[in-house]
Ligand binder design. Structure first.
Ligand code: HEC
Length: 99
């Protein structure tokens, strides 16, 4: 019971922090580790995505997926994403505020 309540609180907290203007797409859960909460990466090696133009983000993600832009790490994470999932991710990150 206690654990359930804690989980509910933590989940609610996480969502209220990360959701800005629109809900985070399910596929963005894996991106957080490198690109930070809501695309505000704290690590210099990982680009910030927050506030970047959606058209640009969408193109980069498709280029990684389709092999036109080469990065082994990113290729592994966009592999298998549909055009719709990529569009949703791009729209989500474009709507975030850079920090
Ligand atoms: C293990 C770390 C890691 C994960 C997880 C990861 N990325 Fe990346 N991402 C990178 C790195 C490193 C780069 C820079 C690649 C390069 O140098 O070309 C990058 C680049 C990008 C770029 C290009 C940014 C630009 O300014 O050109 C986009 C867009 C992006 N990632 C989106 C995502 C999305 C969306 C996800 C989740 C589906 C994700 N990434 C998951 C490490 C990661």
């Amino acid at each position: 019971m206690k654990t359930l309540l804690l989980t509910a609180i933590t989940t609610g907290f996480l969502f209220s922090v990360s959701a800005n203007a629109m809900d985070a797409p399910a596929k963005s859960v894996t991106c957080v580790g490198c690109h930070g909460a809501a695309g505000n990466s704290m690590v210099p090696n990982f680009p910030k995505l927050a506030g970047q133009h959606a058209t640009y983000l969408e193109k980069q993600l498709k280029d990684f997926r389709d092999g036109f832009r080469k990065d082994a790490t990113m290729a592994a994470f966009v592999k298998g994403l549909t055009d719709k999932e990529i569009k949703d991710l791009a729209a989500y990150y474009a709507a975030q505020t850079p920090k």
